[in-house]
Design a protein around this ligand. Sequence first.
Ligand code: SF4
Length: 246
Amino acid sequence: MIPENLDYDALKKRGFLKQKQEGLFLLRARMPHGNYDKKAMNELAKISEEFGNGFLHLTARQGVEIPFIKFEDIEKTEARVKSAGIETGTSGARLRTTTTCPGNNWCKSGLINTFALYDRIENELHIKCAMDLPHKFKIAISGCPNSCTRAQQSEIGIHGAVDIQGGEKRVGYAVYLGGCGGKTPCIGFKLNRVFTEDEVLKIIDAVVKFFKNNAKPKQRLALLIEQISRENFLKEVGLSKISVVQ
Ligand code: SF4
């Protein structure tokens, strides 16, 4: 029996979303870098057999959903997922899981180590999935300009890039800001420079903090930038000296 005053948003933060079917919930599970080893996949399959209806759904953000969980099984399901070392995703006004392609870990086009950047965002900046924010916010990392994780359609999008200065080639990071998908999609604008990994971390930190402190509820970064102007936004996040690729 579902209590009348059930806090659905608190459940969403823990990764349990109300399903279309009355009384049922789906769990969003996730693993760093979108990498699920055999043990994690087996465990998710067993959890689905025990508490769901036996199948797993792969999400667009590299998560695994287990649908058809009864309300009374939420605590047990969560305990099983956590004891298996699997993390939970989220929904609502929060940071989504950061998506990464394999980058130079095994893709032959990969220029940067996408997994290492993901780890630094979570462990050094503490910018992690389920962080409360005024509205949904996405970060995507791609290993090269092919941009398989769609860096241009995320609030912060990064891809590996080659910078040529004085005839010397240097691998670095291209950055897009203010993109989003949804009903009113926006392509993020590209900063006209190739950055180092440390510079990218500073940009991510500044942009997430600025969004957290200044966006109105349900205002995505693209709309906040439109409201205050791109010029003012760049000034506020310490990028006033960087031009933008139109
Ligand atoms: S974005 Fe580049 S590195 Fe990443 S999977 Fe696509 S081709 Fe490979």
